[in-house]
Ligand binder design. Structure first.
Ligand SMILES: Cc1ncc(COP(=O)(O)O)c(C=O)c1O
Ligand SMILES: N[C@@H](CCOP(=O)(O)O)C(=O)O
Length: 468
């Protein structure tokens, strides 16, 4: 299995190289050169298997033999043994043809654990064998950060630097990151938005000298391995409700477009998904794109679902690559224009093809609160505000009556207690292992939105010897 860059001019890499590289050298994102395929019979044969077995079958073709089967099996088993629910990502049925897929039973209570528990172990395995170290730099709007820190804390071969937008995460999210005091963990509160954090991470990758000296690696969904691990739960959920012999669709609350891109990948691999419903909060650039074909940046505004307060959705580039018939030069030109002008548009033909699969809806804060309240009243379930955006979009979706719809529950409600309490009057409690979170010591460094300041800070803290 080879991976190619969406911008067409970086070298093709194998799985191990892609895992360590993160962003491609030409600024693009890596995608598989071709999609592995599962036939309807292959899918039927996976029905009823435990999550870890489905995970091994779905991910193995992406490895291209890079990791011995027995080692990969152990890594997968250990990764999902950290989840508190035996089914790893259980489905909860809320209506005749409507489920929520609970992705928040991992150590940090958000869907990011599904991929990052695996990624931390993959990094460890590969770096130990190669006798190498890396410096991970990541951007977070709140959830990736704690999941990545949890997965990489105290690992001898890794220093990890996580940039979060100062004051723009929930307090629980911030404390989940900043109370990890391990020597290899560094939290940076950036004076800016999540888009600024993500821009700075990409700028560090696009600085060849810094990238090489620090041996940069990525934990954001720019790293292909993140997407690979997220594909699995679409297969697991689809099979559990009857695919390929039942019509299915997913509704996905969306920010950086990684989660819904993983669903798109599952479809390319043979899971017969009829529709992908994209839910955005008031930062609705994606909803506007799927309605008009124009991607146009507006300012990032704080919302009740802070992890989705994003305007530049980095994984959209992977979809754009396919929309432009995998023409890397055209993607590079389009992304260059996007950076320069804050906008680009696709033609009616491309938009029409995208709309055959994607449908997008904006769910504002008032609607988000109303969904949390309504679902609680109707079913007793408490949704977090991100999950509520997905459910709100699902309710607005235009699907045939016989399509079974699964909406993704991406975070535990206790990560966003204020929003949940305002909607329901109930304050969700953190699990006992996090009960003292508000008493724990915090450690973070506030830095300006400035590349040189960030690079100086990272160079000064990294344990890489001989780094420039
Ligand atoms: C709780 C939660 N829901 C939804 C999203 C959006 O997912 P994605 O960025 O993959 O589109 C995020 C952030 O990634 C999140 O943390
Ligand atoms: N919502 C995310 C933003 C980063 O997304 P990623 O999937 O690219 O890591 C967060 O919680 O940090």
């Amino acid at each position: 299995m080879k991976y190619v860059s969406t911008r067409g001019s970086a070298p093709s890499l194998d799985f191990e190289q892609v895992l360590l590289a993160g962003l491609a050298e030409d600024g693009g994102l890596y995608v598989p050169e071709s999609w592995p395929h599962f036939s309807a019979d292959d899918l039927r044969a996976m029905r009823g298997l435990p999550y870890v077995e489905i995970a091994k079958r779905v991910m193995t073709p992406f490895l291209g033999g890079a990791i011995p089967a027995a080692d990969f099996a152990r890594i997968v088993e250990e990764s999902y043994a950290t989840f508190e629910h035996k089914a790893v990502t259980p489905l909860k049925q809320l209506d005749q043809d409507f489920w929520v897929l609970e992705l928040f039973h991992g150590p940090t209570l958000a869907f990011k654990d599904v991929a990052l528990q695996l990624l931390g172990r993959l990094f460890d395995h590969v770096l130990t064998r190669r006798g190498e170290r890396v410096t991970i730099v990541g951007a977070t709007s709140g959830d990736t950060g704690s999941a990545a820190i949890e997965a990489c804390r105290d690992r001898a071969a890794i220093d990890i630097f996580i940039l979060h937008p100062k004051g723009r995460t929930s307090e629980v999210q911030r404390r989940q990151m900043t109370t990890v005091l391990s020597a290899n963990v560094h939290n940076i509160a950036l004076e800016g938005t999540f888009d600024d954090c993500q821009d700075q991470v990409k700028a560090m990758f696009n600085d060849p000298a810094f990238r090489a000296a620090q041996r940069l690696s990525a934990v954001n969904s720019i790293n292909w391995a993140r997407i690979m691990a997220q594909i699995v739960y679409y297969f697991a959920a689809g099979l559990a409700i009857g695919a390929p012999d039942r019509r299915i669709a997913f509704s996905v609350p969306t920010g950086n477009f990684g989660n819904v891109y993983a669903a798109y990948a599952a479809k390319q691999m043979g899971l017969p998904i009829e529709k992908l419903v994209v839910g955005s909060n008031r930062n609705d650039i994606l909803t506007r794109f799927f309605q008009s074909g124009e991607m146009k940046i507006a300012g990032v505004e704080p919302s009740l679902s802070p992890s989705m307060d994003i305007q530049v959705s980095s994984n959209f580039e992977r979809l754009l690559f396919d929309m432009l018939d995998r023409d890397g030069a055209l993607v590079a030109e389009t992304m260059k224009g996007f950076r320069a002008t804050g906008g680009f548009a696709v033609g009616d033909n491309q938009l029409g093809r995208a709309k055959a699969l994607f449908e997008a809806h904006r769910v504002d804060d008032q609607q988000t609160g109303a969904v949390i309240r309504a679902v609680h009243g109707e079913t007793g379930e408490i949704l977090d505000p991100h999950t509520a955006v997905g459910v709100g979009a699902a309710r607005a979706a235009t699907l045939d009556a016989d399509v079974a719809l699964v909406s993704l529950a991406c975070a535990h409600p206790a990560k966003f207690p204020d929003a949940v309490e305002a909607a329901t009057g109930l304050r969700p409690a953190l699990p006992p292992r996090l009960a003292d979170l508000f008493e724990r010591e915090e450690r973070l460094t506030v830095l300006p939105n400035d590349l040189a300041a960030l690079q100086n800070f990272i160079s000064g803290k990294t344990r890489l010897k001989g780094a420039a």
